[in-house]
Design a protein around this ligand. Structure first.
Ligand code: G6P
Length: 438
């Protein structure tokens, strides 16, 4: 692929995150000669696509780079001969996310977009669409890499691996890079001096060890993050801190999403209070988005505005473009990605997607084998993997009983009866985006 001028197709191009991605391509242009970026969206997203697309054009113009930005509602035109396809779409937009967050809370169950019932429904809405994109890629750009940011990223990556003919797929999340940056900030050092050995699943990833200049600082980091004030923070998740004795016994570094599993009651209470006061995260993000799009409209704006950092996806451009660059240049550096397990974690099936530190080559990520996860977390990770697999099967078949099975085996759902009530209400609420169920 080297020395070729690259075509990128970004599905969900009207997203408010697009300036992040464009900034990433501008920064790494010397290593990654992108010549065309095609931003694709659907009719409902036309206005946003125009606004954010015009900002993208101003950004590359200001940078003085020969990258052409194309805006289209025609996905096939964008996919034709693409080298990298990035996906960042949200089926049903933020309104659907708000339902994922609010409905489970009525039943005392966590309302969140990638965990519990919300994660299940985001998967049910998204998987049929990603599989359709894969079929188009097979015809229009069979050699392209699919870099998926669409949530639930681990489930989507596994669905592609199991149910499509696209094998060149990598799922990407900003949580690991956010954890590294968070540690760097806690220790007041440059990010480049920190390395974390990651293993687990998307939004269920652990830092098995943490290094500063190659020397383990895991114990120090574990002590620091027990204090909520120095927890690793993400804009979209409240940090409640940890019981020091628990974290010391766990002896690995949890990600912010683990609070939903290890502090379920506290998190449900917190999310319920938020929903009643400031609104759920989708509602907060909706306001933030309208502010952002107002800024994006300004013809004098030609950089990514700092306000975008209030979104949970901070550093996502860095992670995305760093990954694409390493595939293109066969860099063989280590990055945490969602990829096929292939035996890297013994207790997870070979053909499942895991989130793990991997060597990034021109043939894709090569996960670094860890042996197995510590026994204290192995069961939970396996349970979530089972949930993901059953959820994917429900998405592909549109089968009610399979969806109920996925709902009930999720550790955040307390009973089959409550699971069924939530399922029924959510199916009805998301009906327009779940054609295979109706
Ligand atoms: C983090 C997660 C992403 C998620 C995002 C939400 O970055 O890793 O998976 O999409 O937060 O951020 P938002 O600002 O939309 O709440």
């Amino acid at each position: 692929m080297q020395n070729k001028h690259l075509k990128i197709a970004t599905i969900g191009g009207g997203s408010s995150y697009t300036p992040e991605l464009i900034e990433g391509f501008i920064r790494r242009f010397d290593e990654l000669p992108v010549s065309e970026i095609w931003l694709v969206d659907i009719e409902e997203g036309r206005e946003k696509l125009e606004i954010v697309g015009n900002l993208a054009k101003r950004m590359v113009e200001k940078a003085g780079l020969p990258i052409s930005i194309h805006l289209t509602l025609n996905r096939k035109e964008a996919l034709q001969n693409a080298d990298f396809v990035t996906t960042q779409f949200r089926v049903g937009s933020l309104d659907a996310r708000a339902k994922d967050e609010k409905i489970p809370l009525k039943y005392g169950v966590l309302g969140q977009e990638t965990n519990g019932p919300g994660g299940l429904f985001k998967g049910l809405r998204t998987i049929p669409v990603i599989l359709e994109i894969c079929q188009e890629m097979e015809k229009l750009c069979p050699d392209a890499w699919l870099i998926n940011f669409t949530n639930p990223a681990g489930m989507v990556t596994e669905a592609v691996l199991r149910y499509s003919n696209i094998k060149k797929v990598v799922g990407l999340c900003n949580v690991p890079i956010g954890m590294e940056m968070g540690v760097a900030k806690l220790l007041d050092v440059e990010h480049s001096r920190i390395r974390i050995n990651f293993a687990g699943l998307n939004h269920m990833v652990y830092g098995l060890d943490v290094f500063l200049d190659g020397v383990s600082v895991k114990e120090q980091v574990i002590s620091l993050i027990t204090d909520p004030k120095s927890s690793i923070k993400m804009q979209n998740i409240v940090a409640l801190g940890w019981e020091p004795e628990f974290l010391k016994a766990l002896n690995i570094f949890p990600c912010p999403y683990h609070q939903y599993y290890y502090k379920t009651k506290d998190m449900v209470e917190k999310e319920t209070r938020n929903a009643e006061t400031i609104g759920t995260r989708a509602e907060v993000v909706k306001e933030l988005e309208s502010e952002l799009f107002e800024l994006y409209k300004d013809p004098n704006l030609s950089i990514k505005p700092p306000q975008l950092e209030k979104r949970g996806g901070a550093y996502y451009s860095d992670a995305a473009v760093r990954l694409i660059t390493s595939i293109y240049t066969d860099k063989c550096d280590i990055q945490p990605v969602n990829t096929i397990n292939n035996g890297a974690i013994a207790s997870i099936p070979n053909e499942s997607a895991v989130e793990i530190s991997s060597v990034i080559t021109k043939d894709g990520p090569k996960p670094i084998a860890i042996g197995d996860l510590p026994v204290a977390v192995r069961g939970l990770v396996q349970q979530i993997k089972s949930f993901e697999r059953v959820a994917i099967e429900a998405a592909v078949t549109g089968d009610y009983n399979t969806a109920l099975l996925a709902m009930t085996i999720n550790p955040l759902v307390a009973s089959d009866r409550v699971g069924k009530e939530i399922l029924d209400e959510m199916l009805e609420a998301h009906k327009n985006y779940l054609p295979s169920f109706f």
